[in-house]
Every structure is written in structure tokens, then in C-alpha cells.
Design a protein around this ligand. Structure first.
Ligand SMILES: Nc1ncnc2c1ncn2[C@@H]1O[C@H](COP(=O)(O)OP(=O)(O)OP(=O)(O)O)[C@@H](O)[C@H]1O
Ligand SMILES: [Mg+2]
Length: 138
């Protein structure tokens, strides 16, 4: 499925469509250049899932935990990871197999730790406010 967000305002409805499209799958990998909108889309997905607290990039903690209205969400940003052992040490696999939502930025940093099945989301910048969002079940 390919969705096009032509503004920040459009993301709420895109996030709703995306979540209904993927069904019960809980692991989401976000691909795209720096500034392509991974964190911004995750913010909208969390809002749709009923998260009231602020959603920001977990750059220093690697993982943030949010409470949705009926689900827990773990938000990872592996950009600063030095090696995969660091992810293993912080218990990444336990999070992935916990049955909770896992939204993962920079999954390219942990190629050997990815689960067999997940939703792959790729963001492409079309212009300042527009993003092409490709959604694929793996
Ligand atoms: N339609 C849109 N969707 C997403 N972001 C948008 C859109 N239009 C404009 N933006 C802007 O693009 C920027 C995206 O930044 P964001 O931090 O989400 O990127 P990122 O992919 O998470 O980058 P990083 O790899 O550094 O974590 C924000 O400033 C956001 O306001
Ligand atoms: Mg980000």
C-alpha cells in the first residue's frame, strides 16, 4: 500500500488508515533518510493508539515506552547504536517478542536481530510538506 501525506495535518488520517490496514501486526520498521518523517509519523500513530504523553525521539535512551488506551508501545531509535551487541544488552529482543507495539527507527543498525515478520514502512520526501509512505507486510 502506498499513502501520500501532503501535509502534517494529513498524518492523523494516514496513521488511522495504516493501522487498520496492518491488522494485528505489532512490529513496525521505519525506513527513510534523516528528516524524512519517521518520528513525526510515529507521533501520529501513537496519538491514534491513544497515547497522551509527548512522543519524542528516544535518541539517548534508545527506547521510549508509551501507554496507549489499550496497548503499550515501545519506540526505538537505533541511530546512535555502535554495534548490535548494544541492542542485545538493552534487551531489544525481549521487547520485540513481548507482544507489544514496537516502532523501530533505524532498523538497519540491527540487521541480525529483526523478527521474521513485521511491517516495513518507507518514507520518501516529495517536497517540504509531502511524503510518500510505502507500507509492506514482510
Ligand atoms: N507530511 C509530513 N510527514 C512527516 N514529516 C513532515 C511532513 N511534512 C513536513 N514534515 C517535517 O519533516 C520533519 C521530519 O522530521 P522527523 O524527526 O520526523 O524525521 P526522522 O525521519 O525521524 O529523522 P531522523 O532519522 O533524524 O530520526 C519534521 O520537521 C516535520 O515537521
Ligand atoms: Mg527520528
Amino acid at each position: 500500500m502506498i499513502l501520500t501525506a501532503t501535509s502534517l495535518q494529513a498524518l492523523q488520517s494516514i496513521a488511522t488508515q495504516l493501522l487498520s490496514h496492518v491488522g494485528t501486526e505489532k512490529i513496525f520498521l521505519f525506513h527513510g533518510d534523516m528528516g524524512s518523517g519517521k518520528t513525526t509519523l510515529i507521533k501520529s500513530l501513537c496519538e491514534v493508539l491513544g497515547v497522551k504523553e509527548s512522543v519524542t525521539s528516544p535518541t539517548f535512551a534508545i527506547v521510549n515506552e508509551y501507554e496507549g488506551s489499550s496497548a503499550k508501545i515501545f519506540h526505538f531509535d537505533f541511530y546512535r547504536l555502535k554495534n548490535q551487541t548494544e541492542a542485545l544488552d538493552m534487551g531489544a529482543e525481549e521487547y520485540f517478542y513481548s507482544g507489544n507495539y514496537c516502532f523501530i527507527e533505524w532498523p538497519e543498525k540491527i540487521p541480525d536481530m529483526l523478527p521474521a515478520h513485521y511491517i516495513s514502512i518507507s518514507l520518501k520526501v516529495l517536497n517540504d510538506d509531502s511524503r510518500e509512505i510505502s507500507v509492506e507486510k514482510i
